[in-house]
Design a protein around this ligand. Structure first.
Ligand SMILES: [Fe+2]
Ligand SMILES: [Fe+2]
Length: 211
């Protein structure tokens, strides 16, 4: 009887070990993504502050159309930072205070800097962060990184349009109102707004007007 009881205990212990091994994630299973979220929050927060300052500079230089573009992209980056932050918080991570560091030059130089930043995020930063998030199976981070990267592609196109307009010394083809999706930061020129955000399906009635 004792032996039967002993065998029973061994079986129960075995099941417990197998179950715990199957369910338990290693403690560092989201390490890379947590660090990447922090870097992305810093990048997006800095971009948001920088674009707001670039908007101010464009106003001072008399480029109202470019000022409103920078205001719109500043809002979008703020939304990206907020989304990344909520994923970080959910994962139990936290951030130290950020002091954005950037330099304001002429509007032409500011546009060159802005497009360079967007291209880095599109070609290098977000693809690397997405790869790690996929490997670590952090689907919330994958969603937040994708929303940001897809928006940055649109920002790069909008900046190119502004660079071309400035080079041609003709800003009249640039719009004077943009719409920003409050959920994902997707950015639309007025006149070409989708019924629903193509990235997150938020309906256009909720879009934020920037003018
Ligand atoms: Fe952007
Ligand atoms: Fe959206």
């Amino acid at each position: 009887m004792k032996k039967v009881f002993y065998n029973f205990l061994v079986i129960i212990a075995g099941i417990a070990i197998i179950t715990s091994c199957g369910n338990k994630k290693p403690v560092d299973s989201t390490t890379k993504t947590i660090e990447n979220l922090k870097a992305a929050i810093k990048g997006e927060t800095t971009a948001s502050a920088k674009y707001a300052a670039y908007a101010q500079k464009a106003t001072e230089e008399g480029f109202a159309q470019i000022a409103v573009l920078f205001q719109a992209t500043s809002k979008a980056e703020e939304i990206h930072a907020k989304n990344h932050m909520s994923v970080l918080t959910k994962l139990g991570g936290n951030m130290d205070a950020i002091t954005p560091e950037f330099e304001v030059k002429t509007t032409k130089e500011n546009l060159d800097d802005a497009i360079k930043g967007e291209k880095y995020e599109i070609a290098t930063m977000y693809p690397e962060f997405l790869k790690a998030a996929d490997e670590e199976k952090v689907t919330d981070a994958t969603k937040s990184f994708n929303w940001a990267m897809d928006t940055e592609k649109k920002h790069a196109d909008l900046y190119q349009k502004a660079i071309d307009a400035l080079a041609a010394n003709d800003l009249t083809k640039m719009v004077v109102e943009y719409f920003v999706c409050p959920t994902c930061g997707n950015t639309f020129e007025t006149g070409i707004i989708d019924e629903k955000c193509g990235f997150c399906q938020t309906s256009k009635e909720k879009f934020i007007s920037i003018k």
